[in-house]
Design a binder for this molecule. Structure first.
Ligand SMILES: [Zn+2]
Length: 114
């Protein structure tokens, strides 16, 4: 495990090898490299099996917090080991998110639409 912390309080944990078999080969990572070679993705593109992120807290309390509040946040990237098939974490980033005003884009009504 590689742990990196930035000066904004975010910590990134990277897991380069499979805990079950020790392999560093990953299905989605290798397919990302093939996508770059095929021209369907830009250099440096990497995706995972699943990418999840969100803030951590009780939804009823979170919606009542004032703008500017800091809430713990997490982002997780998983992939599938090419050698043993294990679903495993590749990267976990923990940090905080500041509650901001979300402005919805304006709705345009065209003639003939409701
Ligand atoms: Zn494995």
């Amino acid at each position: 495990m590689i742990k990196e912390t930035d000066n904004e309080g975010n910590t990134k944990y990277t897991y380069p090898k499979c805990k079950a078999c020790g392999s560093d080969k990953l299905h989605f990572k290798e397919m990302s490299e093939k996508a770059i070679k095929a021209g369907s993705a830009k250099e440096g593109f990497v995706t995972g099996y699943e990418i999840t992120s969100g803030i951590i807290g009780d939804p009823d309390i979170l919606k009542g917090l004032p703008l500017g509040s800091e809430t713990p946040s997490i982002r997780v990237v998983t992939d599938i080991c090419k050698d043993c098939g294990s679903l495993r974490a590749v990267m976990v980033r923990t940090g905080k998110e500041i509650k901001q005003l979300v402005v919805a884009p304006p709705t345009i009504h065209l003639p003939g639409q409701n």
